[in-house]
Design a protein around this ligand. Structure first.
Ligand SMILES: [Zn+2]
Ligand SMILES: [Zn+2]
Length: 315
């Protein structure tokens, strides 16, 4: 995990306004990831309004006050949506501002340090305001406007607020069935039962409802299937690129499960049997970590093939 995503993860963790239990039951992942990701807080405290003189001072101040900065970025994004009549009080909108607050913060961390000397807090305000004054402030990738892009973006966006859709992503992105999902995430008996229900509900109604919401027509879906058959290589390449892009973006909606873990951290999580939500959430949204998890869980058992991004258009 790089430094910035670590920072943002720590930062969003503390500021997440959501009751995450609306989607997934709480495990003890918070304590776990907090221990792993907490930056050193024993360094001298700089006051937020102070001027920082160098890029290093910028880094120091921002890393000490990540929760404050994230809260600031998300609340001004929320205000912007309210003022422009785009806000609604629901989980989807809360996740949206959280994701974009984290997104803006990441960009701010990169470009803000070159602005020193400056007052970081006010610099962030003007940075976010500048983003919001653009013609399309939340346009994060033009490629997502193609039918394939719309399909993937819509599917992953749905997974952020629906557990059925989240579990279904294992099928759509990696071609896994319930048994593969259970094996790769190392779920126990009780947790496993829910996976079958998630798959069933998704096939019965969730998928069609989601396609209607995204506005994917049957003709467009059929066209995707045809493209995939005609140009398997090109299609696969394009899918992998877009899947990774959407994954990285939407992972930020669930700050507690956002950071990639090292092999040994995953190993500990699996052997100690905790972090069930972390595994379910992160692995389906991270094409790299899912391979690590597969590697760790193998035990000579080859029934589940090594996961690779492979689009399955229909449920
Ligand atoms: Zn993004
Ligand atoms: Zn990861």
């Amino acid at each position: 995990m790089d430094k910035i995503s670590g920072w943002v993860a720590e930062f969003v963790q503390c500021a997440c306004p959501l009751n995450r239990d609306t989607m997934l039951p709480t495990g003890n992942h918070s304590a776990y990831s907090r221990d792993q990701m907490m930056p050193d807080r024993t360094t001298t405290v700089i006051r937020l309004e102070d001027v920082v003189r160098t890029a290093d001072e910028f880094d120091q101040l921002v890393s000490q006050a990540l929760p404050v900065f994230l809260e600031r970025a998300t609340s001004s994004t929320k205000r912007f949506l309210r003022e422009t009549g785009q806000w609604a009080d629901d989980v989807a909108h809360e996740k949206f501002v959280l994701r974009w607050g984290a997104e803006y913060l990441e960009r701010f961390l990169v470009c803000g340090r070159s602005e020193a000397p400056c007052r970081p807090l006010f610099l962030l305000d003007s940075f976010v305001a500048k983003q919001h004054s653009q013609p399309d402030p939340f346009c994060y990738h033009p490629d997502l406007l193609t039918p394939l892009g719309r399909y993937l973006d819509g599917l992953v966006a749905r997974a952020v607020i629906s557990r059925d859709a989240l579990i279904a992503l294992y099928h759509h992105c990696y071609g896994m069935g319930p048994r593969d999902v259970i094996a790769i995430t190392g779920l126990n008996e009780l947790e496993s039962q829910r996976i079958y229900k998630n798959f069933r509900r998704w096939r019965d109604s969730g998928w069609q409802r989601t396609m209607d919401e995204i506005g994917m027509t049957d003709v467009e879906l059929e066209e995707l299937v045809v493209q995939q058959q005609r140009h398997p290589q090109r299609f696969h390449h394009e899918t992998e690129r877009l899947v990774r892009f959407a994954q990285a973006h939407y992972r930020k909606s669930e700050p507690d499960h956002y950071p990639c873990l090292s092999r040994s951290q995953w190993g500990a999580m699996f052997s100690e049997g905790h972090g069930c939500d972390y595994r379910l959430w992160h692995l389906v949204l991270c094409a790299d970590c899912i391979q690590t998890a597969w590697d760790l869980g193998r035990n000579g058992d080859e029934t589940v093939g090594k996961p690779r991004v492979e689009l399955h258009v229909r449920p």
